[in-house]
Every structure is written in C-alpha cells, then in structure tokens.
Design a protein around this ligand. Structure first.
Ligand code: NAD
Ligand code: ZN
Length: 359
C-alpha cells in the first residue's frame, strides 16, 4: 500500500492506494474516526459488486450504516438527488459528527461530497473512488458539485474529504471505455508535470490496459501525487491549479458540440491535448516530438482522434466556456513533455488554422 499526504492549511488528509482496500475500509476509517451514523452512497452498478463489502466492513467496526444507491450516469448529479439524499440524512439522524462515504465514480463522489459540504454546513466525508478517473482526479482536491441545466458543475464548492481509499482491484470490473477515459487524465499529468510518468506510460501501456497490479499502482500513485501537490499550492483554483485543465479547453468544446454524447470526458480531453499541442507548435513553443509522442500514446489507448467537427462550432463553444476570463481564452500549452505554460495569446486566427486541419 502507498500513502500520499495532501497537506493543506486546515484540512490535510491521506490518500491510501493498494489492493483489496475496500474490504478493510471500515477498519482503516475506524483508526481516525469513532463509530458513528454513516451514509454510504453509491450507484446501482457499483452497489451490486462492492456495496455490501464496504457496508459490512464498516458494520464490523461498529459504524451504523445506511447504504443508498442512485442510478448510474452524469444526469443523476443534480439538485433533485441532492434533496433526496438530504432526506436520507435526516431519516438516518445524521449529525455534525456523522460520516458520509462516497463509493463510486466521479458522479457519486461529486454529489456525495456536495451533500457532505452542505448538510448542517458540513459533515465529514470519505472518498472510495472506483473508476480510474475518480481515483486519479475527482476524488482528490475537494471540488464538489451538482450540475445545473445551464452548466455542468456550476453549483458547488471546495470541501476536502477526510481521507481517500483507492482499491486498485475495483478497476477489474470497470468497463474498458471508462478505463481509457481515466488514462487520458493520467497522460495529462505526465505532460503537465512528470516526464518520467509519461515515459512509463509509453513503455507500459499494454501492462496497464491488462491491469497489471504494479503498473496500476505506479500510475495511480504518480497521478495522485501530482494532483495533491498542485492542490496543496493552490487549493481554490486561483492560478497554478489551472494547469490541470490541460486538454480541457478544447476537450470541453468537443463535449459541448457533441452534446456530451459521443465522447467520454477523457476521450475529449485526449483530443483536446493533441490540439493544444498543435497550438503550441504554431506559437513556436513545442516541437513536433511533443505532439508525436502524445499521438502514439493516445492511439494506443484506442481513442478515435479525428472528430470531423467544424472549427466554427468548436470556436463558438470555446468562447462560451465558463473558464474564459473576460472574453479571453486561456490555454494550457506544453513546451515539452513534463512542462506546460498558461497562455492568453491564442487568438481566433490561430484556432482556425489548427482546428481546420485534421490531427
Ligand atoms: N471533482 C473534481 O475535481 C472532478 C474532476 C474530474 C471529473 N469530475 C466529475 O466526475 C464525473 C465523471 O466521473 P466518472 O468518469 O467516474 O463517471 P461515473 O461516476 O459516471 O462512472 C462511470 C461509469 O462507470 C461505472 N463504474 C464506476 N466504477 C466502476 C467499477 N469499479 N466497476 C464497474 N463499473 C464502475 C459507473 O457506474 C458509471 O456507469 C463527472 O461528473 C465530472 O464532472 C470531477
Ligand atoms: Zn478532466
């Protein structure tokens, strides 16, 4: 097992990564938290496989557990479900010393964290992420939210978990498309901060896709370490944390234009990273090898990279993204593998030049 400490001024916590952790979750949680009323929130896919294992492990350690599962899917991350979950908090008589445990992907994690942040102005919560994306990204950093019909993740806040338990075994049941979506975020970490991680991905991508334990542990730990250190330096996303948005500017535009139906988020990010690198090349910031190495890795993941989308539509979506600051686009651009800069020098002309050509 590996443990990564997220050091924050008021809300430090540990991320534990290893095999078979979910069966020990109760025991490990009990080390820091006295038994209490606990709401265990999951979705029906995950409940079937892991719900009782976690619930039982908590019960064995005297936690009074109520297990609740929502249907799976992004559209469940809404205020109506939040309202329903508050009802369960009241029914199960949760108080400020109680606990919420989120067992699932990013949807369950974001929604459960939002409940924890807001019920009685905040009660402790723990993340047990089961998708790769949640393990390397959404469970760390304390961004919690629900969606609004006018914008994804627009109703939310920053609220850190008390601990994160990552069981690499849960990836054995994760659909392969979800695995690929999570891996795109791992590629992102390599490009923004860790050339060694990127080289390891190049060398071991097939071991990773075959879920070899050591390879999984390595990439998850490296990713968590990077996210943790970025969050430590910029908890509330003022500046540095923006580098985590590498590939996301055009990625979001692709998701918007395709109405969130054609691509998993990570796949759109993978394509977004390639376009961002093309932009960096146009600006003379990166050389061809930075693009080629990402291209071959992303092709090995099986992401289909030619979107066939019109540049006009993508550019329109770019300018309506919530991350635009006073009408100016901010791009995270690679200058080499392992290092990026934030630029507001990307204008429409450059965008048309890059987005008009296939990758
Ligand atoms: N808070 C943050 O910082 C942050 C960062 C990135 C993404 N997000 C959010 O995360 C969400 C996406 O997360 P996601 O990709 O995990 O989606 P998800 O939670 O919808 O999970 C994807 C699918 O995989 C299934 N699943 C998850 N783990 C499984 C397992 N071990 N075995 C079998 N099936 C499993 C789920 O039931 C679901 O059908 C989005 O809502 C996004 O906004 C948040
Ligand atoms: Zn992302």
């Amino acid at each position: 097992m590996k443990t990564i400490h997220v050091h924050l001024p008021a809300n430090s916590y540990n991320i534990h990564i290893g095999k078979d952790l979910i069966a020990k979750a109760g025991e490990m949680i009990a080390e820091d938290k006295a038994p209490c009323k606990t709401l265990l929130i999951t979705d029906t896919n995950i409940e079937k496989i892991y719900g009782e294992i976690v619930a039982e492990s908590l019960r064995q350690n005297d936690f009074d557990v109520k297990l609740l599962s929502l249907p799976p899917g992004e559209d469940q991350k809404n205020i109506e479900n939040a309202w329903l979950l508050y009802d369960h908090c009241f029914d199960h008589k949760l108080d400020r010393k109680s606990l919420i445990v989120a067992l699932g992907g990013g949807v369950v994690g974001d929604l459960s964290g939002f409940i924890a942040a807001t019920f009685m102005r905040g009660i402790p919560y723990i993340q047990i992420p089961t998708s790769l994306l949640a393990q390397v990204d959404s469970s760390i950093g304390g961004k919690v939210a629900v969606n609004h019909p006018k914008g994804k993740n627009m109703i939310g806040c920053f609220y850190q978990p008390k601990a994160v338990f990552i069981d690499t075994n849960t990836l054995s049941s994760l659909p392969s498309k979800e695995m690929v979506a999570g891996l795109a975020e791992v590629v992102k970490y390599g490009v923004i901060k860790d050339a060694e991680l990127f080289a390891f991905l190049e060398k071991s991508i097939f071991d990773i896709l075959q879920l070899k334990d050591e390879a999984l542990l390595k990439i998850i730990a490296a990713s968590c370490q990077i996210k943790a250190s970025v969050v430590e330096q910029d908890e509330k996303e003022n500046d540095l944390r923006a580098i985590l948005n590498y590939g996301h500017t055009i990625g979001h535009a692709i998701e918007t234009v395709t109405h969130y139906k054609r691509y998993r988020h990570g796949e759109a990010v993978a394509v977004g990273m390639l376009y961002a690198t093309k932009i960096a090349m146009e600006l003379g910031l990166a050389d061809r090898s930075v693009f080629d190495r990402q291209l071959s890795l992303i092709k090995n993941l099986g992401v289909s990279i030619q979107t066939g989308l019109k540049s006009e539509a993508l550019i329109k979506a770019l300018y309506t993204d919530k991350k635009t600051i006073s009408g100016k686009l901010r791009f995270v651009l690679p200058i080499k593998i392992g290092e990026v800069i934030i630029s507001d020098k990307v204008n429409e002309e450059i965008l048309y030049r890059v987005l008009d050509k296939p990758l």
